[in-house]
Design a protein around this ligand. Structure first.
Ligand SMILES: Nc1ncnc2c1ncn2[C@@H]1O[C@H](COP(=O)(O)OP(=O)(O)OP(=O)(O)O)[C@@H](O)[C@H]1O
Ligand SMILES: [Mg+2]
Length: 318
């Protein structure tokens, strides 16, 4: 293991504080597919484990799971299916250690059947409870692309929400839509356990965050205040991947302004990762580029992002 690679050697005090409680959960989502969520998950997993954290990467792309392939594990011995089918009681029992990287393990994905690809809400809640019980410092959730309820629910399970896009206008528009619907789902979930207003809000479909705030306010002013507080507390962090000559760049500030205005959530720019041929080569050799990233432009950018994440986690812990 290569401790201190990120200059994180001083973080142990923070770690002691967290290990007593539960792991920090980080979700990695996107509106559009293929923008680099699994690439980000696998490389952050390697970097954070090398920095001395105990890290679990969970493949939450039900039906499209492929995180194990990025580590050359073509036929994982255990997958989330064993847990969903109750063949095991604890998630810990289906963890696959990544032998080449001390401190890193994988929860391989599921979704080979209609039932496992489409879990009931109660199943998702059970999964969320067990993810919190994992004996780890950090759990990274690699989410499927798009705005179906599973993607939104898995994304919202986390403490830190990473939104990945590339600079293509289609990906940026989908990123906006994803965060807008995640915000609406977050408000709805907040009221789900309160049967009166929860039932009333669930009767309608909402085009905008404003609509759901109005509906909550019609119930009573406190409900609207609660919904607004839930949104203020939701500030996803943006990673723009594959920035470079072919795709160019894009103005993250514009997306931030639009989100602030129409969704009420702030968006923090976490970093940009350049387009890099070494990434493509690393995928073909079944090892994340950070394993041996000598000469890779992407690795430096990913290290910066990993550092920003750990400093953000410290702030939350304080
Ligand atoms: N920075 C980069 N430079 C060059 N190629 C990249 C970069 N990031 C990702 N790629 C390429 O894009 C492909 C798709 O990335 P990845 O599988 O991580 O996307 P995804 O968002 O997880 O896709 P899905 O939505 O299907 O789960 C990778 O296999 C890799 O070849
Ligand atoms: Mg993926």
């Amino acid at each position: 293991m290569c401790k201190g690679l990120l200059g994180l050697a001083d973080d142990t005090a923070y770690l002691v504080k967290y290990r007593i409680d539960m792991p920090q959960i980080i979700s990695v989502g996107s509106g559009k597919g293929g923008v680099g969520k699994s690439f980000v998950t696998s490389n952050l997993g390697v970097l954070l484990a090398r920095a001395g954290y105990s890290v679990v990467m969970a493949d939450m792309d039900f039906g499209g799971a492929d995180l194990h392939i990025l580590f050359g594990r073509f036929k994982p011995k255990h997958t989330l299916t064993d847990f969903l089918n109750r063949d095991v009681d604890e998630l810990q029992d289906v963890l696959l250690p990544i032998e080449s990287c001390e401190g890193l393990s994988l929860l391989a994905g599921t979704g080979e059947t209609l039932a496992t690809a489409n879990p009931a809400y109660a199943t998702k809640q059970r999964l969320a409870r067990h993810l919190r019980k994992l004996d780890a410092d950090i759990v990274i959730l690699d989410i499927g692309a798009g705005t179906n309820l599973h993607c939104l629910d898995f994304f919202l399970m986390a403490d830190l929400h990473l939104l990945v896009t590339n600079p293509d206008p289609t990906a940026v528009f989908d990123a906006y839509k994803f965060i807008k619907l995640a915000a609406i789902r977050r408000v709805l979930s907040q009221f789900m356990s309160r049967s009166d207003i929860g039932r009333q809000l669930a009767k309608n479909d909402y085009h905008s965050v404003d609509e759901i705030l109005q509906a909550a306010g019609e119930n009573n002013p406190e409900s609207r205040e609660l919904a607004e507080a839930v949104l203020r507390d939701f500030y996803p962090m943006l990673i723009v991947n594959r920035v470079g000559q072919a795709r160019g760049s894009f103005d993250a500030l514009q997306l931030r302004t639009v989100l602030k205005r129409y969704v009420g959530s702030d968006l923090e720019m976490l970093g940009e990762v350049p387009e890099d041929d070494k990434v493509v080569a690393s995928v073909r050799s079944y090892l994340p580029v950070c394993f041996d990233g000598s000469g890779s432009k992407a690795v430096g950018a990913l290290q910066k992002i990993a550092r920003a994440i750990t400093s953000r986690m410290r702030k939350k812990a304080a």
